[in-house]
Design a protein around this ligand. Structure first.
Ligand SMILES: O=C(O)CCC(=O)C(=O)O
Length: 312
């Protein structure tokens, strides 16, 4: 393995806590060293970290500069992101110039929130993401899906459950690319929380008949595992979903206690509160991803805590 690859691998391990201790500062340092030596992958990861503000205050110009560097060095992922962000699907070179045409203000345009329910508070984000962004997000998850898991209240970890039959891919900090950072930053802005309050996002996939059965996203602190988690990371107060495709039947996001069924089109988002206006957990937020009856359904799911976790 080359020195660049070894540094890049160690950097991602330190940032994720995989195969060793979680040490984000060291991870950023290893990736920076790999990038100084010419690493394309390292530069692409650093681009997303610069957007998130990991290791340094967030900077879109720095993020785009690093993405262009990664693209110049041959990173196909970085090239695809720049094509998407600049709206130039056929671009083949001139990555630094292309990066300069990216208009972050357009990407961060405030989302319009359309209220559809007050108990729980549910807001539609019509046309939140373009079909191109939806396709990009699906591409991130497509080959990495595994059986979706639920939170295990006893351990505070994750476990499989018959009520959740769909598959999912949870993006770690190094899987979140700059396009995903922008999507998440816009969700954070729409929900009025700092980016650091967003949990690692998940791509959800439902084949015909698969479902995410009725559940709450808030954590019930009467259970020891949840109580520990809430003490450490805060309550999960909000959920944002972005629907990534059309062409399926069934698969509504239902709120049975409120009598609401969300049937969205590609790119639409919905956000809902898991707590009431007094910040108490809200049983009205019970919801489900209903079984699809034909076609496949893709969703970008973002759970949100009541405080930033620091970095990302
Ligand atoms: O896929 C859906 O419609 C629902 C997803 C969901 O319930 C969740 O992510 O908490």
């Amino acid at each position: 393995m080359s020195e660049i690859d070894a540094l890049t691998l160690r950097g991602t391990q330190r940032l994720t806590g995989r195969d060793g201790p979680l040490a984000p500062g060291e991870g950023v340092a290893e990736l920076s060293r790999a990038s100084e030596l010419g690493g394309a992958e390292a530069a692409a990861i650093l681009a997303a970290l610069a957007g998130m503000g990991v290791g340094a205050p967030p900077s879109w110009p720095r993020a785009l500069e690093l993405l262009a560097l990664a693209a110049e060095r041959g990173s196909e992922g970085a090239r695809g992101q720049l094509r998407l962000l600049a709206g130039q699907p056929d671009a083949q070179d001139g990555w630094a110039a292309l990066a300069q045409t990216v208009d972050i203000a357009v990407w961060m345009a405030p989302a319009v929130r359309r209220p559809i329910c007050e108990a729980p508070r549910i807001r539609m984000l019509d046309g939140f993401a373009s079909p191109e962004v939806c396709a990009w997000l699906i591409g991130i998850g497509k080959t990495r899906l595994t059986q979706a898991r639920v939170y295990d209240a006893n351990t505070g970890g994750a476990t499989t459950d018959r009520a959740r039959t769909n598959s999912a891919f949870e993006l770690s900090i190094v899987d979140v690319d700059l396009v995903t950072v922008l999507v998440r930053a816009r969700i954070a802005a729409a929900t009025g929380v700092p980016l650091g309050a967003l949990e690692p996002p998940q791509l959800l996939h439902y084949a015909v008949g698969q479902t995410f059965g009725r559940h709450y996203d808030y954590l019930d602190v009467s259970q020891a595992g949840y109580a520990r988690d809430v003490a450490e990371h805060g309550q999960r107060i909000l959920t944002a979903l972005i629907y990534l495709n059309d062409g399926y039947e069934g698969g509504e996001t239902s709120f049975p206690k409120a009598g609401i069924e969300v049937r969205a089109r590609i790119g639409d988002g919905v956000m809902f509160a898991n707590v009431d206006r007094a910040n108490a957990v809200d049983p009205m937020s019970l919801h489900a991803g209903e079984p699809t009856t034909s076609g496949e359904k893709w969703v970008f799911s973002q759970w949100i805590r009541d405080r930033a976790q620091g970095g990302g």
